[in-house]
Design a protein around this ligand. Structure first.
Ligand code: GDP
Length: 446
């Protein structure tokens, strides 16, 4: 099973608690895990090695913040290094020529999502940047590809160049640029032909059109699901055309995100957009921060570390943890947790931020999630309880529940749900107290 980097580090760092500064031995052990995790996330080996060396340099000797564990701190260092390495530019970096129309050339293998991405970008430029966009398909070998672009154009309400049978790709490109000029378009998007694999003829054709149209952007479309193959494809395209940016599609299907890291490191080309679904608006600008979080695992230790140093009342948290471990987790403690959660951005956010808690977060999400509004309601329920009820929830019989429901403006069902959630949490805390994280992980897995 794929274990997220955060989870792995969580295990290593259990041992490091209470240390004042990060030592080389500790860092080395942690970085071994980072390396395995990167490789599992589909990062190329030389890239992973290079990355580890950079992190090591930063981590050794770093002062450990009082309010976080050394493990969390290393995760933060790893995260920051990931962001640096991913360092892509966003949409704003798409440049436009001073004399329109500006050509944007789309290249990539067949099936990479090139045509879909062409329409997605056109729609985005038209809608958000108020550019007048014309799209043209240069794929003369597959008439279906031309029709596909036309249909997408109709959906997105972006103009497409009328199809004329028998023209060469080069002729179509010229006609598109001409039509762009005459029609007052700001941008002409050229969707070039793709092949199942790279061949010389295709490369010559693309290089030729590239020279003729002199595009301001040549965007290479690659499928994230093909991982390292995508990186190799990118290298080959880069040898023949001046790729100015990468569009990585099917990010929605690749939870690992490692290809993005290799892509950037190996090709040097910035990832400008990511495809996040089949729909015409399923396109995001590339956010290194978000991608780093993804490579690290579902968790976002980084913001936990940042928030922890600002907001957590450590002494209080320690006391609560002790109580919980003993199994004395009453409604007062639950109310405290809710307050803390609200400060830090919701139950899901907190669970998602803790290593090893990915599964628990899933459970909460499956149970319908707990958003801020929900938390406020839960707090209202607890504050409608008497002191006695709060410290021994067992007292909560039918008539008491009715009273509380009336007092908090909720229903008996909601109160039952809270009681159940409390009981489950108390049980879980107890197990955590006994077996530590590992005990609980076993519990959750079983
Ligand atoms: P082309 O041959 O490179 O032009 O590829 P297409 O644009 O025809 O895309 C091939 C398939 O991939 C289509 O079914 C698209 O809907 C799908 N597709 C494209 N981009 C994405 C994406 O970001 N996410 C998902 N899930 N599907 C995508």
């Amino acid at each position: 099973m794929f274990e997220s980097l955060s989870d792995r580090l969580g295990n290593v760092f259990e041992k490091l608690r209470g240390k004042g500064a990060l030592e080389e031995k500790d860092v080395n052990e942690a970085l071994r895990e980072v390396r395995v995790a990167l490789l599992e996330a589909d990062v190329a080996l030389p890239v992973a090695k290079d990355f580890i060396a950079k992190v090591k340099e930063r981590a050794i000797g770093a002062e450990v913040l009082r309010s976080v564990t050394p493990g969390q701190q290393v995760v933060k260092i790893v995260h920051d290094a990931l962001v640096d390495m991913l360092g892509g530019e966003g949409e704003t970096s798409l440049s436009f020529a001073t004399t329109p129309p500006a050509a944007i050339m789309m290249v990539g293998l067949q099936g990479s999502g090139k045509t879909t991405s062409t329409a997605k970008i056109a729609l985005r430029l038209q809608k958000r940047k108020k550019k007048k966009v014309l799209m043209a398909s240069l794929d003369t070998r597959r008439p279906a590809a031309m029709e596909q672009l036309q249909i997408l154009g109709e959906q997105a309400e972006v103009k497409t160049l009328p199809i004329i049978a028998g023209q060469s790709p080069r002729d179509i490109a010229n006609r598109a640029m001409e039509a762009g000029k005459l029609g007052g378009f700001d941008v002409v998007m050229l969707d070039t032909a793709g092949r199942l694999s790279i061949d010389e003829q295709l490369m010559t054709e693309i290089a030729d059109i590239n020279k003729a149209t002199n595009p301001i952007e040549t965007l290479l479309v690659v499928d994230a699901l093909t991982g390292q193959d995508a990186v190799q494809t990118a290298e080959k395209f880069k040898q023949r055309v001046p790729v100015t940016g990468v569009v990585m599609t099917r990010i929605d299907g690749d939870a690992r995100g490692g290809a993005a890291l290799s892509m950037r490191a190996v090709t040097g080309a910035p990832i400008k957009f990511v495809g996040v679904g089949e729909k015409i608006d399923a396109l995001d600008t590339f956010e290194p921060e978000r991608m780093a979080g993804r490579i690290l695992g579902m968790g976002d230790i980084v913001s936990l570390v940042e928030k922890a140093s600002e907001e957590m009342d450590i002494e209080k948290a320690k006391k609560a943890a002790k109580k919980m471990a003993k199994g004395d987790f009453d409604m007062n403690d639950l109310a405290d947790q809710f307050r803390q959660m609200r400060k830090m951005g919701g139950m899901g956010a907190i669970l998602g931020m803790m290593p090893g808690m990915g599964k628990m977060k899933k459970m909460v999400d499956q149970a319908g999630g707990l958003d801020d509004k929900e938390i406020v309601r839960q707090e209202a329920i607890i504050s409608s309880m008497t002191k006695k009820e709060r410290s021994s929830p067992k007292l909560l019989n039918a008539s008491r529940k009715k009273r509380i429901a009336a007092g908090s403006g909720t229903s008996v069902q909601e109160i039952n749900k809270l009681i159940k959630a409390h009981r489950q949490m108390a049980d879980m805390m107890k197990k955590m107290g006994k077996g530590g994280m590992k005990g609980m992980a076993k519990q959750l897995a079983g």
